[in-house]
Design a protein around this ligand. Structure first.
Ligand code: NAD
Ligand code: UDP
Length: 337
């Protein structure tokens, strides 16, 4: 049985679908601070299997003890955490408290219950502003520009230290690039609170009429069309990467680190055009100044994840845009009824 923390969230829910479809049993623990319990029904509608859902916080040791006592957990995937970059600058303590205390409490409970396989949701943000692109897993990490990114960096260090002291642990650190898109069924997807910070949900809210236009942050970057480059990956591809990571951990590899992306850099305008293709018309947009902290380009080499996990993304940005628009159209207000 796999314990998925944050399993009703965006990436977590898609991963639970992949796990159930691949024959794993799943227990979700989520405090619903950024998701809805209805996600569990949607997961069941897609997979015809129902994960066990526990409404709880990963900082609550009692709940964790109960879970590890009642279920035979072979691996933990830790998605639970706060993730809004801008908010983390305003509320650093909440971010350190939730993300770091959460991870440490979870790892303590795992150690005490002798559960040693752990997958951690890290981020491309740990590379800071990389000296060159594409980045690979040997690039120096550090230089994060906000508390959110720093929580990822610190937790990676905590995991390295833990492994040194307790080599029974097997740990996969997965550094995600930019997950977008939604399950092709349109039943689950990203449901941001308030004004979206990220590009793709902002675009679909313009498409659905909730926002007037997209502001494109900067047109004078040193790139072909002047807008920033990122490595967008379909959330279903990313989700499947976790199934492969579980298989890898069964080989007792110790600590392993993989970048998960497509290996292809796309500009903001490339993404906008992919959504326009899905929409069949133009999407209103304006160029505005650069957003503080944005880096020009970040995309990954895919060789290591391919060689060691067999990971290869199968969707392109047109697929991502089509599926995210499908989700938004079918759920104009997200999971709100
Ligand atoms: P999300 O907010 O949709 O999902 C996180 C889930 O964790 C939510 O359902 C929330 O209710 C839950 N949660 C938060 N704190 C909790 C706690 N203390 N106890 C129990 N549940 C808690 O976010 P997501 O986009 O699915 O991201 C999942 C993970 O991947 C996060 O750790 C995030 O930092 C990381 N990540 C996300 C991205 C991205 O672009 N979405 C990129 C890189 C890394
Ligand atoms: N972006 C934009 N307008 C928006 C949101 C994002 O132009 O409303 C740009 C942003 O400057 C960046 C890219 O889109 O170049 C991806 O931003 P996002 O916040 O989704 O991801 P991240 O910056 O974390 O890679």
């Amino acid at each position: 049985m796999i314990l998925v923390t944050g399993g009703t969230g965006y990436i977590g829910s898609h991963t639970v679908v992949e796990l159930l479809n691949n024959g794993y049993d799943v227990v979700i623990v989520d405090n619903l601070s950024n998701s809805k319990e209805m996600v569990v029904d949607r997961i069941e509608a897609i997979t015809k299997r129902r994960p066990i859902f526990i409404n709880g916080d990963i900082r609550d040791r009692e709940i964790l003890d109960e879970i590890f006592t009642n279920f035979d957990i072979s691996c933990v995937i830790n998605f639970a955490g706060l993730k809004a970059v801008g908010e983390s600058v305003i509320k650093p303590l909440e971010y350190y408290q939730n993300n770091i205390t959460g991870a440490v409490t979870l790892l303590e409970a795992m150690r005490d219950h002798k559960v040693y396989n752990f997958i951690f949701s890290s981020s491309a943000t740990v590379y800071g502003d990389p000296v060159s692109v594409p980045v690979d897993e040997t690039f120096k990490i550090g230089g994060t520009t906000n508390p959110y990114g720093t929580t990822k960096l610190f937790i990676e260090q905590i995991l390295q230290d833990l492994y040194k002291a307790e080599p029974k642990f097997n740990i996969a650190i997965l550094r995600y690039f930019n997950p977008i898109g939604a399950h092709p069924s349109g039943l689950i997807g990203e449901d941001p609170n308030g004004i979206p910070n990220n590009l793709a949900p902002y675009i679909t809210q313009v498409m659905i009429g909730k926002r007037d236009h997209l502001n494109i942050f900067g047109k004078d970057y040193d790139t072909e069309d002047g807008t920033c480059i990122r490595d967008y990956i379909h959330v279903c591809d990313l989700a499947y990467g976790h199934v492969l990571a579980i298989k890898k951990l069964m080989e007792n590899p110790g600590v392993v680190i993989y970048n998960l992306g497509t290996g292809k850099g796309s500009s903001v305008l490339d993404v906008l055009h992919a959504f326009e293709k899905a929409y069949g018309k133009e999407i209103k947009h304006e160029f505005v100044g650069r957003r503080e902290g944005d880096i020009t380009a970040n995309y990954t080499k895919v060789d290591k994840a391919f060689k060691e996990l067999g990971f290869k993304a199968k969707y392109n940005i047109d697929d991502m845009a089509r599926d995210q628009w499908n989700w938004q159209k079918k759920n104009p207000n997200g999971y709100e009824e």
